[in-house]
Design a protein around this ligand. Sequence first.
Ligand code: HAM
Length: 403
Amino acid sequence: MRVRNWLFERFHNAALSHGFEEYDAPVLETEELYTRKSGEEITQQLYNFEDKGGRKVALRPEMTPSLARMVMARSGALPLPIKWYSIPQCWRYERTQRGRGREHYQWNVDIWGSEGVEADAEIISVLVHFFRSVGLSSEDLVIRVSSRKVLEEVLGSLGVSGEVFSKTCIVIDKMDKLPADVIEAQLTDLGLSNEAISTIQKVLRITNLGDLEEALGESSEAFSELSSIFSLFESYGISDWTELDSSTVRGLAYYTGPVFEAYDRAGELRALCGGGRYDRLIGTLGGKDLPATGFGFGDMVVMELLQEKGLVPEIPHGAQDIVFGMGPELREAAMGVASSLRSRGRNVDLVLEDKRMKWVFKQAERVGAERLVMVMPEEWSNGIVKVKNLSTGEESEVPFEEL
Ligand code: HAM
């Protein structure tokens, strides 16, 4: 928990530093909120069941649908843009492996009601702020950025759009996990021609803006979106953290614009986080669309990376003073001393049982306390306590009121 709190504090601080406000949502939602027809893994990994009222419910596998539902319920009443973050626990019935658990905490940072790439760049700036705050550098990881519009334009010209398009993205997202022939077979099953498949393969290899412009043409919206976003990265001073990678498409159906994922440069771990723009999610829930962009960032992969780089700090227990009354007769006096220190804001670990001095010293060392405050018979009868500074070893006698 000490390490988790250390990590979460940095999640909070990165979001707060960019003017985001924290929100929360229920853990349990109606199953319907997550059932989409695009073949996403997430919909097959639901922890779902029937409640006592016969309602089909599910533990949330992600936060975005809950957020969309809440924003939709208050649409019109909330001043825009909405800049919200949260650190929800999420559940997915996954095969557990390195960096993947059946429950995880997922830091979510989203902006609603802002349609320009400025919002996407701001979201990525939050991410970089966090990475820097835990001591990671652009040599350790890279944020791969693309846009759903790249493939949308290419496939649109070949007559592929709508649901087939989002299903295509979900197949492409699995490209580095499945053999090429399996991917090709799945694309063919979606009705894609050989020409479309080979065009996709060509486009997905593009990793610079020049080649993208050549492939999509000057008037391409995808190109102008991505070139603006990369120029904003320069203004933020985060260019060295980002790379254009058109094979980044994301495995969720709802994305509509810029998408991104962060990876360790060594290429040993799964994505640390992922996100993008999803301007039409509320529409799929039956409401009026509102532009939105954001990311989800799990607590598991980043901990792997931090451990590998030796960046997880030793975090002390938190008790500042150990208070010890010598013998049962001084137990009550020790309680009074502890209460008084606590009311003045000190974190105090009071020794509750009869213990030997040796044990008390060991305990002080174990919790990393700054001071040992001893209530001894003779001194106490004069209103004095004995204080040992545990870093210098220095001992002094202090009147109780001056402690
Ligand atoms: P996602 O890519 O499914 O996106 O998950 C985002 C991140 O959550 C992953 O990159 C990973 O860090 C973490 N994660 C997901 N599943 C697990 C798991 N089983 N164990 C450990 N970590 C996991 C979403 O969920 C989107 N809703 C993110 C988003 C927010 N997009 C826009 N706003």
